[in-house]
Design a protein around this ligand. Sequence first.
Ligand SMILES: *[C@@H]1O[C@H](CO)[C@@H](O)[C@H](O)[C@H]1NC(C)=O
Ligand SMILES: *[C@@H]1O[C@H](CO)[C@@H](O)[C@H](O)[C@H]1NC(C)=O
Ligand SMILES: *[C@@H]1O[C@H](CO)[C@@H](O)[C@H](O)[C@H]1NC(C)=O
Ligand SMILES: *[C@@H]1O[C@H](CO)[C@@H](O)[C@H](O)[C@H]1NC(C)=O
Length: 960
Amino acid sequence: MIQYSGSAMEGHHVKLLLAFLSLGSVVVFSATDPNDLDILNQFRKGLENPELLEWPENGDDPCGNPRWNHVFCSGNRVNQIQVQNLGLKGPLPQNFNKLSMLTNLGLQRNQFSGPLPSFSGLSSLRWAYLDFNNFSSIPADFFVGLDALEVLALDGNNLNFTTGWMFPHELANSAQILNITCVRCNLVGPLPDFLGSLSSLSVLLLSGNSLSGEIPASFNGTVLKMLWLNDQIGGGMTGPIDVLTTMESLTELWLHGNQFTGTIPDSIGKLTSLKNLNLNTNKLVGLIPDSLANMELDNLDLSNNHLMGPIPKFKATNVTYNSNSFCQSTPGLLCSPEVMALIDFLGGLDYPSRLVSQWSGNDFCQGPWFGLSCIDGKVSIINLPKLNLNGTLSPSVAKLDSLRQIRLQDNDLGGPVPENWTSLRSLTLLDLSGNNIAPPLPSFASSVKVVTEGNALLSGNSSATTPSTGNRPSSGGSGSPPTGSHSSTNGTSVQPNNQAKGSKRSSLVPIVAPVASVAVAAALLIIPLSIYCCKKSRNTLQAPSSLVIHPRDPSDSDNMVKIAVANNTNGSNSTVTGSRSGSIISSGMGESHVIEAGNLVISVQVLQNATKNFASENELGRGGFGVVYKGELDDGTKLAVKRMEAGVISNKALDEFQAEIAVLSKVRHRHLVSLLGYSIEGNERILVYEYMPQGALSKHLFHWKTFKLEPLSWKRRLNIALDVARGMEYLHSLAHQSFIHRDLKSSNILLGDDFRAKVSDFGLVKLAPDGEKSVVTRLAGTFGYLAPEYAVTGKITTKADVFSFGVVLMELLTGMMALDEDRPEETQYLAAWFWHIKSDEKKLMAAIDPSLDIKEETFGSIYTIAELAGHCTGREPSQRPDMGHAVNVLAPLVEKWKPLDDDTEEYSGIDYSLPLTQMVKGWQEAEGKDSSYMDLQDSKGSIPARPTGFADSFTSADGR
Ligand SMILES: *[C@@H]1O[C@H](CO)[C@@H](O)[C@H](O)[C@H]1NC(C)=O
Ligand SMILES: *[C@@H]1O[C@H](CO)[C@@H](O)[C@H](O)[C@H]1NC(C)=O
Ligand SMILES: *[C@@H]1O[C@H](CO)[C@@H](O)[C@H](O)[C@H]1NC(C)=O
Ligand SMILES: *[C@@H]1O[C@H](CO)[C@@H](O)[C@H](O)[C@H]1NC(C)=O
């Protein structure tokens, strides 16, 4: 429906209106304003396909009778152009703003390209629909004088691609604006304050940009109805969400895929119009307020935060809340009083991120409750030194009357020690040294050793209520070190307090020591790994709960199905706890492959031995799901052992498991890392993989200096690219069904001793739908590698993996990380920058990894890879090739180097170095199968996504 209205002309427009009417009465018989005609003609001339407009050749009166299609006039002035969805291609004339009477412009859903002209001075323009085109930039003066603007739609235009852009302040003068939509239009930086001061703004949709920073305070009390700030690229928005609870008109609030922090305020209940609230994938902490549970929402998504405590019974129709740190998995079940006291304690400390992800479930004596130790199922020690904890001490701790030691030294804690802590009957040690505790210090019984050195506000007070015997749990025996120098190696040197209750005391020692030493080891580890882990944790979105289905190497003699449950959801121990490995899987699973998987069970004991009890020196890396250790069995077999964090399996995970198991179990390939076994015992969830001695590709590309490695040669890089392409091709099209990896990146590509590569980490693998259809998923993956359409819409096809593969190729070429916030702004996103330079020979050559010794004979392959990288990262999924194409491009390049690297790659009769079609043929010959795949060779090099029966042939070839 065409929108037309003259009612905007009020106030100072009245004069104009009068002039206009008098002119109009004259003009009824005269032709269209020549200036307007001129611009329409320029508009037509600039288009590649002007015929779609069906404007009369040599016509000179668009407002005449008959009027030109898609053009509307008021008198002899053009006031509307409505060409939406016509497939028009080409630029707009740069003097477009001379159509000065324009009120309504509908250009949406075409392929307009080139720079947007300035709209400066279009003071009658009320509706500007420019969305879903290919405009490349927006001029800085675009918004000057758009006094009547009500709707601005710019969605889906990749504006100012290399630098990004932000609404300039002039937009603040469009005081009547109702709708601003700019989803995926390349906005960068913090939201400007003036957006919150636009008094009529009711719809603000800014998903899928690169917004950062906090929600401005100016949003307090706005009348916004819809606010989408979800899925920001590059980390996302930060800070608390409190101000949103003042926006009482909100009906839809999407904040997912950011880094919002703090608690969900109780005042959220004031949003009585709210129907849809999505807070998925943020860093929200604390308890779910009752006010939220009582809101009658249509949709509520709280997944992937660090929410704690019980899950309330929600009134919302559709609620999702997996992957939090709840104590129970069943709504309505309360936490134990101890857990509630511990959560209060964390609340006092502002919910330190380190702890909120770990203190989950209802059993603090099991699993990864970092910093707590138990005796007989009761908390005995809180041991959290040197963690930069701030905030105050909660009186709730007094409820934990089994506590013997509280060690909080060398943090930044303020406020007084709660008086009621003196009622802790078993307490013997309270170490608060090196903090900023305020007086008064309550008086503890003489059996309690209270250490308060290094608290400026307490100085002058006696620093300990018990005589110092020199056995304060500090290292080196150096009396009383000054603030901060207190060594946390104390964990390993705790002495029994020789003045206290002997028998029970000594039983403490063996318990304290390991716990504390793990804490120390973990603290130390953080330092060397920080570059790696922190970046990763900042940039990685985690799947809420996943099946990890591991492909197997066909060379493996064991032909059982290799499957395991990986899980980082929390809460649920209802269905599963207590089950033994194997039987967990078979419960509710019926017959299928699951029973077979039983023989992959490895006891935790064996893995403890293999990893020296998960010793820190065996740590290979950390990922979203836990820590990976190197292990070695008695017979010398090396393993990579991934130990999940906080693993208790939810019903949902089991459901997904059941649904997908049958197909996923078919995935196995030489270039996909294989699973050797798993453990499920108590709270342990462990996966065991083949060990890849050279580690991640990322290490060799970006950190080779740090690890004193040789930089990878070009030849090796080509081989790696081909290996990865083959693994991915298999995943996409050759397995029984098509799978999407969703997190392909150089840190998930592992290298063997021969520097041949395998793709790992299938934690996010999704089953692709048939054909070209996309599937909507929760966003997962890693920024820098995420395909734009996936980042924005969550819709995924195999082409999202192709995009990530393209980014990996760019990394191989340049030695630069996909995303590095330490680089200058224009190069932070490798993919964006690479696109910019790739077709300029000089710039491309300057961008090649300086550690590569480039010879003339490699130039050719460098260009080919650069081109392939560009092709794979095309903006539209349809512009990207499939992995088969990548294999076809890469194989001949590798072939060239073949004489240097002549391993025959024979695996169970399958030569993986052959092009796919020949491989298929090989299997047929080997198996004496019929020729139903012969056609593949003639199908223009493209492999149908799911050739019927293909998997059977593969399975039997593999199963031998
Ligand atoms: C977008 O980029 C163009 C140059 O490409 C620049 O002139 C313009 O100021 C930029 N727009 C904004 C809003 O920053
Ligand atoms: C404003 O945005 C909302 C939400 O997208 C939409 O329903 C409404 O039609 C828009 N209004 C106009 C005038 O385009
Ligand atoms: C919003 O503004 C009101 C009134 O100025 C103020 O009392 C309130 O604290 C503000 N709320 C937030 C969350 O900033
Ligand atoms: C329920 O919420 C989930 C998660 O936000 C969403 O994916 C799903 O489509 C919703 N279901 C319905 C029926 O709205």
